[in-house]
Design a protein around this ligand. Sequence first.
Ligand SMILES: [Zn+2]
Ligand SMILES: [Zn+2]
Length: 245
Amino acid sequence: MKLTILGCCGSYAAPGGACSGYLVRGGGVNLWIDAGPGTLANLQHHIELDEIDGIVLTHAHPDHWVDFLPFHNVVRYIKRRSGLPIWSPGRVRELAETVNGDLTHAVDWTVIDATSHVELGDLRLSFSRTDHGPETLAVRVDEAGGASLAYSADTGSDWSLTDLGPGIDAALMEATFPLEEEGEFQHLSGRQAGSLATDAGAGRLFLTHLQPGIDPRRQEADARTTYEGPVEAVTTNTTYEIGTT
Ligand SMILES: [Zn+2]
Ligand SMILES: [Zn+2]
């Protein structure tokens, strides 16, 4: 399973950057998780737009989904495709319909919650409600007979990665804040991200949702105080092999 970073800026994009978005390739399918501003442009560095097999949007904050709006218009009016599967909490669908109108011509949208299970090709997806303002779903992706990736989406520290079960090869965790801002909002520091990854026994830790202006090396160093495995702050347009370290 391959994880490609389409954007990793937290809350807003740094110059030349993009907000949260991830392309997961494995199990015979291409899955797009979160569609923050800038990710649609970056997606095209890696894949043709009509090669997307499904989309997961984790929550209604704009830094995680608004590039779905132009993508929907590509699917409906340019590619003229129908039935593209998409999964999200209900609020994201409501907001998308408010802007783009009837979505049913192009996409097959299923509203999900923490109890949902999704299959796409040979990928199995499960979810967990995080500690974050709007309904927010962390996502676990398991490739049949292969690797396992867990993505925190956005969360505060009152959530546990263990909710997504054991055997996580790689944890993609938000690490928005420096230590001195811990607890100010429902986001994590590098130290807290490391602690959650340790509790879950994750094999590898990737840091994302990095707030512009904060040094990624500092976030890595803070994570290493609570997590002993490999730690890396991700970079946009980089592809990581999951389950081979
Ligand atoms: Zn966010
Ligand atoms: Zn958020």
